[in-house]
Design a binder for this molecule. Structure first.
Ligand code: NAD
Length: 300
């Protein structure tokens, strides 16, 4: 298939590489010409504008930072929907607000086109390995058409519901994850201060009811899980700044429907403070080290 990928950043570039590995011809476009050059060096075709990129596209995948970028790339002048007279499969894998995802889908639908929101979980490691989870929102037909393409980039492809449902699933997942990570972090901070050995706490809680992914795969206290970012100065992994973005998206969504999310709201405030302290570029499990540096009154 001729596939266009717009947004060749940390995620988009390796996703394009996996599409090519599966035999597709991938035309890439990014505002950053260096990234287009990298895509070409990987064996892809380069484009100089959105219109140039989508000319022969049978499918278009976007992997952009936030809702305003998706809005501009789809609905702006010279954007995807501007004068499109073919019917490519349209997939947006960016993590964005539910309202923008629904609006883009509605505008496309008025032109007889289906857009699938298909945000991912699995991070850059999953993008490189082709093991991402895709959570999809859109019609049955859009999901069926997109599935073979998504299978080249991911392992679990799940239809969450109508347009926007993929984004809703993504922010629910990340709100859970942030709350769990903060919970695990503060327990290890308290354990250190109580003189409890970290490894003992890990051995006990990882086989007890406190068990979670944040604990067993990503333990925020250095030591118990050697492969976790906590053992490499919280580099690599999922940036705290992106977690803050997702927590703010979750709060906007919760407010729009009147959902009570007190822990999600507090998690957003804590990740905001952590970002303000200059830790936004580190993996989000840096919450442990940041909490360990705080006095009880400062954050409780
Ligand atoms: P990134 O910033 O590395 O890449 C985004 C790219 O989009 C950039 O290269 C930028 O130049 C490009 N771009 C912006 N506006 C554009 C436009 N108008 N036209 C063309 N290109 C444009 O971000 P990323 O880490 O690849 O993340 C992409 C999305 O995936 C985000 O929504 C993020 O929340 C989500 N996500 C990221 C991860 C992760 O671990 N990095 C994990 C899951 C989900």
């Amino acid at each position: 298939m001729n596939i266009t990928l717009i947004g060749l950043g940390n995620m988009g570039l390796p996703m394009a590489a996996n599409l090519m590995k599966a035999g597709h011809v991938v035309t890439g476009f990014d505002l950053n010409a260096d990234l287009v050059a990298k895509h070409v060096a990987n064996g892809g075709l380069g484009a100089t504008s959105i219109q140039d990129a989508i000319r022969n596209a049978e499918a278009i995948v976007t992997m952009l930072p936030a809702g305003r970028h998706v809005d501009a790339v789809y609905l702006g002048g010279g954007g995807i929907l501007d004068g499109l007279n073919t019917r490519p499969i349209l997939i947006d894998s960016s993590t964005i607000d539910v309202a923008t995802a629904q609006n883009v889908a509605a505008v496309a639908s008025a032109k007889g086109l289906d857009v699938l929101d298909a945000p991912v979980s699995g991070g850059t490691g999953g993008a490189i390995a082709g093991t991402l989870t895709f959570m999809c929102g859109g019609s049955d037909a859009a999901f069926a058409a997109a599935t073979p393409i998504l299978q080249a980039m991911g392992r679990n492809i799940i239809h969450a519901g109508p347009a926007g449902a993929g984004q809703a699933a993504k922010i629910c997942n990340n709100m859970m994850l942030a709350v769990a990570m903060l919970g695990v972090s503060e327990a290890f901070v308290m354990a250190d201060k109580l003189g409890l050995d970290r490894q003992k706490l890990f051995d006990i809680t990882s086989t007890s009811t406190g068990q979670s992914w944040a604990l067993t795969t990503y333990c925020p206290a250095p030591g118990p899980v050697p492969t976790a970012p906590s053992n490499r100065d919280y580099t690599g992994g999922f940036a705290a700044a992106l977690m803050l973005k997702d927590l703010n998206l979750a709060q906007d969504a919760a407010e729009s429907v009147g959902a009570a999310t007190p822990l999600g709201a507090h998690a957003a405030r804590l990740y905001q403070a952590l970002n303000d302290a200059g830790e936004g570029g580190r993996d989000f499990s840096v919450a442990f080290r940041w909490l360990a540096s705080m006095a009880r009154d400062e954050v409780n």
